[in-house]
Design a protein around this ligand. Sequence first.
Ligand code: PNS
Length: 160
Amino acid sequence: MKVRAVYPGSFDPVTNGHIYIAERAAAVFDEVIVSVLVNSNKQSTFTVSERCEMAQEALKHVKNITVDNFDGLLIDYARREKANVIIRGLRAMSDFEYEFQMALMNRKLAPEIETFFIVTDPKYSYVSSSSVREIFSFGGSVKDVVPDFVFRKLQEHFKK
Ligand code: PNS
């Protein structure tokens, strides 16, 4: 049986940390769908099509990864896509509490779907989309933590 995994997130924008997690997931599972959340309580900086385009570009070198988007409950989406695994990345213990609660809630809603955590490379442990946006918007360098085309998108967006 082929195992299809969903790696969900806001990806606003995709960072090298996300790419690392997606690549490692793709080395373990048969298919990985990197899926961008459409509607969130969080206001996003990039549109869903920009976020998908950046993720697509970042992961086009990995054959068993596709990029998609979803709206509504993650478990409904996973069931529709016949995915029985959810991937989430862990950077630090501080991520764990929120991730643990989300995994338990998703298990309560969909016991057949398993959440797998992949630990990041320590060099990405401090990288988040929100810090990338904030550092860039105040003129700091984020060149080492996002791909070049994401860097250019940030320049376009913040007109730097
Ligand atoms: O990159 P993020 O913002 O940390 O990703 C969070 C995400 C998209 C995984 C989470 O917010 C989510 O799954 N949202 C969809 C709605 C849902 O299913 N909520 C219940 C989670 S317990």
